[in-house]
Write a protein that binds this ligand. Structure first.
Ligand SMILES: Cc1cc2nc3c(=O)[nH]c(=O)nc-3n(C[C@H](O)[C@H](O)[C@H](O)COP(=O)(O)OP(=O)(O)OC[C@H]3O[C@@H](n4cnc5c(N)ncnc54)[C@H](O)[C@@H]3O)c2cc1C
Ligand SMILES: *[C@@H]1O[C@H](CO)[C@@H](O)[C@H](O)[C@H]1NC(C)=O
Ligand SMILES: *[C@@H]1O[C@H](CO)[C@@H](O)[C@H](O)[C@H]1NC(C)=O
Ligand SMILES: *[C@@H]1O[C@H](CO)[C@@H](O)[C@H](O)[C@H]1NC(C)=O
Ligand SMILES: *[C@@H]1O[C@H](CO)[C@@H](O)[C@H](O)[C@H]1NC(C)=O
Ligand SMILES: *[C@@H]1O[C@H](CO)[C@@H](O)[C@H](O)[C@H]1NC(C)=O
Ligand SMILES: *[C@@H]1O[C@H](CO)[C@@H](O)[C@H](O)[C@H]1NC(C)=O
Ligand SMILES: *[C@@H]1O[C@H](CO)[C@@H](O)[C@H](O)[C@H]1NC(C)=O
Length: 547
């Protein structure tokens, strides 16, 4: 926590000293802009198919009306739709890999920074917002999203801008018995998700999205395109859970598809605290990670107004939902549940059999009767909220008193939500060092805390609330380090104050996300991007600063 106030102070000093410089640099805006454009248009890499003029690839805040709508198109959190945030100098939407090469080479040459956005779901918006004073280019993969499924080899080549929903749909279109183990939210982008790990309802059987990558294409700081063979095993290791953005720009992933049965089963059991949820939840903590790997049984907790009570404060309670995907039919599920979790009282008619793609709809909160084509849609941003989330890993069951305090805090907040995801299964069989994602054996479940709100003027209150909850939970969760999930990015854990981040500073949050894999990530970073061109608020530092 010490890193944050320090960081603010440093920024403040920086502003005071360099104010005249910033003024100067903003008045030379058009010069820098022109020079980037000229470079982009004329690098030896640049190749533009006739049908795609440069005006469809590069947008500037000064000259294009499309700029704002493009910039906002994949923002998921109202916190980062703030007009006072620094905007990119250019938005580049590659159609061709040469556009990515040109953008990198020219940004580097002109002293501009770069941000890369695929699905835009980053919890701290760092794929399109920069806290640094330097101008930056935003490379947005909105038009770079082809998916090529090869049923002969049971593989898929997926470009970074494709969404999970698009991938799931394209697989199901080809086969009712194949799937891919990645997250539940269909609009999440492949570029960020796979680079940060990526888990969902299949992960107890098949591991993370990153565990099922067999090749990748990346553009490095010099504009070179590399695949697994040419990048080498160290870099290939780093981008599968270490966050791609520290090392280069991911163009595409080659994925191994996995088997799913043609009938899967879904059930939901909901109980309030008053209806005996506590006792069921205590049992869940002890068994969920030990269940058969075909059985994913996660828990969500939220606040509801309990029915049949007066609409007074005291009528608010916690609703605990046990939500499950079983990779098999009801007749096999019932005996499994009866022998391991009879307390839940699951019966046949509480369960629904469906195809795997329908289960994707179900976990996305879409009716299973909806044609799966809905997964290709990018929903409008009209229902956007402000939100903040944090994560924890749990090593041993949390005593009831721990949760009672947490529920009390949740009842004080209007819109808070927890998701508890059981580990075990395949996740405990994969070594902590296979990929940079180290949260494997020994974890019984992960927690995601989330709070949402609707008015900008409440931001401070809700951020304070979730930070208090996080402090409160400390005694009950993993320690040394208190681990966190990279894809639930949290800048409260610490941040790089500038490009000259020291190893020691970054280690504070680096150990939380990567544990002892952090050092190997630093070595890879130092080798592939020694001058730290690919910098962001939580990028991997180089081990030595080169000025
Ligand atoms: C509503 C919602 C639901 C979610 N559900 C899940 C879930 O079920 N399981 C889960 O594991 N996670 C989940 N997440 C977290 C999600 O996996 C991460 O936010 C992920 O990083 C998003 O990827 P993106 O491409 O959409 O995001 P972006 O914001 O585009 O990118 C995220 C990070 O990756 C970098 N990046 C993006 N594209 C590239 C590229 N082509 N090359 C190099 N770096 C790149 C960005 O610069 C940024 O640092 C969810 C998030 C949200 C908002
Ligand atoms: C890009 O280069 C082409 C050919 O050299 C030129 O005709 C065009 O005007 C340039 N476009 C921009 C935006 O600089
Ligand atoms: C709500 O609670 C207050 C005091 O706790 C009580 O006086 C009031 O009657 C309650 N309202 C209803 C509708 O029950
Ligand atoms: C299962 O369904 C029956 C009948 O609809 C219902 O009474 C029971 O509460 C359900 N059980 C669970 C665990 O939800
Ligand atoms: C179950 O699988 C069969 C055979 O593959 C299929 O025809 C049927 O539609 C599936 N049932 C459901 C509910 O998806
Ligand atoms: C935008 O940021 C400013 C400065 O941090 C803040 O005062 C304002 O409330 C923010 N607006 C929104 C809509 O979040
Ligand atoms: C906060 O904003 C909302 C809507 O923008 C407004 O209704 C409310 O009065 C504001 N509250 C405060 C304390 O300013
Ligand atoms: C970067 O950090 C190193 C070591 O802390 C220091 O020696 C150097 O002066 C710093 N450079 C800049 C530009 O801040």
């Amino acid at each position: 926590m010490m890193g944050i106030p320090q960081c603010r102070i440093r920024h403040y000093l920086f502003l005071l000293f360099y104010l005249p410089f910033i003024w100067l640099s903003s008045s030379s805006y058009s010069l820098q802009a022109e020079s980037f454009l000229e470079c982009f248009n004329s690098t030896s890499y640049y190749y533009s198919p006739q049908s795609i003029p440069i005006s469809k690839v590069v947008f500037t805040s000064k000259s294009s009306a499309l700029f704002s709508s493009l910039l906002q198109s994949s923002i998921k959190n109202l916190r980062f739709l703030n007009t006072s945030l620094q905007k990119p100098l250019f938005l580049v939407t590659p159609f061709h890999q040469s556009h990515v090469q040109s953008a990198i080479v020219c940004a580097n040459k002109k002293g501009l920074q770069i941000r890369v956005r695929s699905g835009g779901h980053d919890y701290e918006g760092i794929s399109y917002v920069s806290s640094d004073q330097s101008q930056f280019i935003l490379l947005d993969f909105i038009n770079f999203r082809s998916i090529d499924i090869d049923m002969k080899t049971e593989t898929a080549i997926v470009e970074a801008g494709a969404t999970l929903g698009e991938l799931y749909y394209r697989i199901a279109e080809k086969s009712p018995i194949h799937g891919f183990p990645a997250g539940s939210c269909p609009t999440v982008g492949m570029g960020g998700h796979v680079g940060g790990g990526g888990f969902g309802t299949l992960f107890r059987k098949y591991g993370l999205a990153a565990d099922n990558v067999i090749d990748a294409k990346i553009v490095d700081v010099n504009g070179r395109i590399m695949d697994r063979n040419s990048m080498g095993e160290d870099l290939f290791w780093a981008i599968r859970g270490g966050g791609g953005a520290s090392f280069g720009v991911i163009l595409s992933w080659k994925l191994k598809l996995v088997y799913v049965p043609s009938n899967v089963t879904v059930f939901v059991v909901q109980k309030t605290l008053e209806q005996g949820a506590i006792h069921l939840f205590q049992k869940w903590q002890r068994i969920a990670h030990k269940l058969h790997e075909d059985l994913f049984l996660h828990v969500t907790m939220g606040v509801i107004d309990e029915q049949n009570k007066t609409p007074n404060m005291s009528s608010k309670t916690i609703l605990i939902s046990f939500v499950s995907l079983f990779l098999g039919r009801i007749e096999r599920l019932i005996p499994l549940m009866n022998s391991h979790f009879p307390e839940l009282g699951l019966e046949r008619n509480n369960c629904t059999e469906m195809s795997w793609i329908q289960s994707v709809l179900f976990f996305a909160g879409i009716s299973i009767e909806t044609p799966p084509k809905v997964l290709l849609k990018r929903p409008p941003t009209s229902k956007m909220l402000f939100f903040k989330a944090k994560s924890d890993f749990v090593i041993s069951p949390i005593p009831q008193i721990g949760f009672e305090g947490l529920w009390t805090k949740m009842l004080e907040e209007e819109a808070s939500y927890l998701i508890l995801t059981p580990y075990g299964g395949k996740m405990r069989q994969i070594s902590d060092f296979d990929t940079p994602f180290p949260h494997r054996k020994g974890n019984i479940f992960g927690i995601q805390y989330m709070v949402t709100w609707e008015n900008a003027n409440e931001t401070y209150r809700h951020l304070s609330w979730i930070r208090e909850v996080y402090d409160y939970m400390e005694p009950y969760v993993s320690k040394h380090p208190r681990a966190a999930y990279l894809n639930y990015r949290d800048l409260d854990l610490g941040r790089n104050c500038g490009r000259n981040t020291s190893y020691e500073e970054a280690k504070v949050w680096g150990l939380k996300y990567y544990k002892s894999n952090f050092d190997r990530l630093v070595r890879v970073k130092t080798k592939v991007d020694p001058l730290n061109f690919f910098w962001n608020e939580q990028s991997i530092p180089t081990s030595v600063y080169h000025s």
